[in-house]
Design a protein around this ligand. Sequence first.
Ligand SMILES: Nc1ncnc2c1ncn2[C@@H]1O[C@H](COP(=O)(O)OP(=O)(O)OP(=O)(O)O)[C@@H](O)[C@H]1O
Length: 524
Amino acid sequence: MATDVKFESLSPSEWFRRNKELAGFANPSRALYQAVRELIENALDATETFGIHPFIKAYIKYAERDNWLSIYVEDNGIGIPKDEIPNVFGRVFYSSKYKVKQHRGIFGLGAKMVILYAQSTTNKPITVISAQQGSDKVYRFDIMIDTLRNEPLIKYQEEWDNKYKWHGTAVHVVMEGDWLKAKHRVEEYIKRVAMVAPYAEIHVKEPDGAVIDIERVTLTLPIPPKEGLPHPKSVDIEAVKQLISRNGDSPVSEFMVENFDGVGEETAMNFLQSIGIDPGRNIKELNTDEITHLVTKMREYNEWRRPRADWLSPVGTELLEQGIRKTLEPEAVFATTRKPSSYSGNPFIVEAAVAWGGKIEPSDRPIIYRFANKVPLLYDEGNDVVRHVVDEVDWSLYKVKFPAPLVVVVHICSTKIPYASAGKEAIADVPEIESEVRLAIREVARRLRVYLSRKEKEKEAMMRYAMFTMFSREVASSIASILGIKEDQVLNKLKKVISRKIKYLEAIEEVEGDGEQQQQQGQA
Ligand SMILES: Nc1ncnc2c1ncn2[C@@H]1O[C@H](COP(=O)(O)OP(=O)(O)OP(=O)(O)O)[C@@H](O)[C@H]1O
């Protein structure tokens, strides 16, 4: 007799309710950190991406029970349309960010995980208050999620006149959390956000009364990212089938030019002829085998233009240096923004910086600050491509001897960050990204070496000067008595000779040092 096995299907929200840890909500301290992070990321996406200077308030307080915390995050962003509020907060995999565009958010999951965690631990709905720019009304919704149906449950709804022309979104949630364990991570997260967003103003109130006030240091915003088209190397068969069913009623060549990045008319013609598909045929007429053939060859073809990266929004060398100076207060900082590159048809840009000395505490290996699309990554460093690259670097080539006060900052921005998991904490080892990270780190490390060698030489010169002047009084006194002149006169002359000689020696060493450096650059 056959064994009686029962089969069932799970809705996405029920699945994530059961597997919270995969989205970063593993325990009360991690969940608290993750909730603050998801809400602040949404606030930044709703402001900076649309050219608004972010002004974010985040208030964390203890709630009715010892292990319950109330989190309130408010932004001055673009707001959410009234009819969309229930869905964006109450339906897993509902998002405005499923586009070829650089966002902090990508999955359409973060806000929903906050609600799922809250309702599973305190049985309380989330409150969302929002108004779009120019809206006459402000809307409030209290929402829970019907996890079996993956649908929003509206528990309360209200609207009022927007007297003060406010726009933005405020979210309030009560959930289980462990503030004492999460405190350090939350504070570190805020500090790191400020590092790559020196144009943001963020006010945080903590349950114990502490306040973090991040003032903006500049009004310059990075150029906002723009929406792009998929690159032929980045698509799969299913994606092309979807494009055909949405936009496909044209000759294949036209379809390719209009729907993909990096495809001009001539390239489309050459490509289609090279794979034996008539460019004039209507795309709708291609059968399953022909579509499979087309997509396989699209991914292999190497003559497409590189994916456009002017859609991306890096922080920029100047803002990055400003942010690092403000948050770490180092003695020196060197940053670079690399030229755009791509992996599997997705454009990306790597930025890196090294900060040295000042208020940075010496440590046994470089302290790493990782960012992806301007999101600080705090957990899972061991699995991240940046850690792997930094560990490979032979820092002695750059005159760094550990313990050393060295911070390495790496920011990767892309229309598709290859995260290793839904918790968005580590970037997978993609060879193209790895190589760009390596080149970026070497570039800034070389500038650090020049700085450190100059410092070393200055120090040596000072030591020499101190040593020579120590003996000069004795020498001056002997010369003065032999020649019968004043000791001070001889001493002044001697000091001038010493400093002239030291400068001469320094100049020689600098020329020699440059030669040595060039040799080392070859090796590094
Ligand atoms: N503060 C906000 N202001 C404006 N829109 C918001 C805000 N918070 C959420 N949204 C909207 O809700 C959508 C869903 O947010 P959610 O956090 O669930 O996912 P996401 O940000 O798209 O992706 P991810 O899961 O990677 O964070 C967003 O795409 C955005 O359109």
